[in-house]
Design a protein around this ligand. Structure first.
Ligand code: ADP
Ligand code: MG
Ligand code: MG
Length: 212
């Protein structure tokens, strides 16, 4: 049976899946502005497979997230599938030695930093390129600084989700330098990056699930 951390990871993933279903059409429409319009279906396909894999994995959050990441990448395809797969798997592997009741806040902060590095390495993108990294970077930085200020995991997630939401909206003012949207130059100017929007929405859904 699952440990407390394994249960929390599954609950968070399931909440993300529900939110992605709600946002599927919206994310597709954002992606259609300057790319191929599939971001909503890519995210729902990936997160549904991640939840299925999570239901068969355990007992710890580490096992759940590593399995979820591999399933996400396999099922979703596309740029975002590979990046989400790498991110989730990296978090899972980074908390491998945490006790069953879950990682310490500082260990989770370090795991999130490792995930950001994995995503940046795979996508060859930096903050400012108008990708999901523009939401992920402030999410990770805010989580880390909240933990440094003494916040627990739930409170740090809450602040991190708020930072990611603001940052995702702010990508509307950027010009795409990476991913499909970059091929059309400034076509996406004025529209937020779909991958940044979905990442921020996922962070918010996971945060709400953690705080109950
Ligand atoms: P695809 O572009 O393969 O159709 P999606 O539409 O599912 O995949 O995802 C598009 C999102 O993926 C973009 O909005 C962006 O946030 C993210 N993305 C694409 N390429 C990169 C990259 N090289 N680095 C980081 N993020 C990227
Ligand atoms: Mg796309
Ligand atoms: Mg595509």
């Amino acid at each position: 049976s699952l440990t407390a951390s394994g249960r929390a990871a599954r609950t968070g993933l399931a909440a993300v899946a529900r939110r992605m279903r709600e946002l599927e059409e919206h994310l597709g429409a954002l992606d259609a502005v300057a790319a191929d319009g599939d971001h909503g279906t890519t995210m729902t396909r990936g997160i549904d497979a991640a939840v299925d894999a999570a239901d068969r994995a355990g007992p710890d959050a580490s096992d759940v997230l590593a399995a979820a990441g591999m399933a996400f990448a396999d099922a979703a395809g596309g740029a975002s599938g590979a990046l989400w797969g790498a991110g989730l798997t990296t978090v899972g592997n980074a908390i491998r030695d945490a006790p069953g009741d879950g990682p310490e806040p500082a260990s989770l902060a370090a795991a999130l930093e490792a995930a950001e590095q994995a995503v940046i390495r795979l996508g060859q993108s930096q903050p400012g390129d108008k990708t999901l990294v523009d939401a992920l970077h402030p999410l990770v930085e805010t989580f880390r600084s909240a933990v440094a200020d003494g916040a627990g995991i739930a409170r740090a997630w809450e602040r991190a989700a708020s930072a990611a939401e603001l940052a995702a909206e702010a990508t509307a003012d950027m010009t795409a330098l990476r991913g499909r949207a970059a091929r059309l130059g400034d076509r996406s100017d004025g529209t937020p990056d779909p991958g940044a929007v979905s990442l921020a929405a996922a962070a918010r859904a996971a945060s709400a699930a953690l705080t109950g």
